[in-house]
Design a protein around this ligand. Sequence first.
Ligand code: NYM
Ligand code: MG
Length: 215
Amino acid sequence: ATPVPTSRGALIAIEGLDRAGKSTQCDLLMERLQREGKKARLQKFPDRTTTIGKMIDSYLKSTSQLDDHAIHLLFSANRWELAAKILADVNEGWTIIMDRYVYSGVVFSAAKGLGYEYCRTPDTGLPRPDAVIFLDLSAADAAKRGGFGEERYEVPKMQRRVREMFQFMMEDVRDEGDWKVLDAGKSVEEVQGEIWGLVEKAEEFAKGTGLRSIA
Ligand code: NYM
Ligand code: MG
């Protein structure tokens, strides 16, 4: 008998500023994927459950201090320690939604003053998402969404720099064509509808190609 062709799942990153609605949208998306009976799972970065993740967690909660380079490399190492599982799962047909990925990794560290190219280097070779969905929120809309949390980086000055770095990176990777920018100022339902459309496209795209690597 002819073997049934198995197709891989899609690898999708959801990115954006703090308060852009990433986690809300990821939760809604997972519910819908599961309702439709798709093999899908969520991978949050940082993944705070691993040994490296726990170091990151305590840094973000300011219970530990680390050199900027050291924490940058730990965030990247946290992706690398999960890369093999992501690859294997995608190739087994799982669609993986990532709540943040290398893009947050680059912009948050670059916003602190590390060089942009330096920041990209440790993530080179990681699985490249089929689509990066960037939830874009204007400064004005962000301000309407109330206060920041209590973790490191959740202060206006840092957030402004992160926004600028995201804008810079969006331009830099524009040619690669995999960034989809959505207006996160719209209603939760509208944004979810647009994300759904992009996810379906990415799944379609994934059927015809192998996973690529971050250049
Ligand atoms: N963050 C996240 C980084 O600085 N580098 C990274 O590589 C990643 C994935 O961690 N302010 C920052 C962005 C957030 C913080 O993320 C924790 P979250 O989504 O709030 O758990
Ligand atoms: Mg946060």
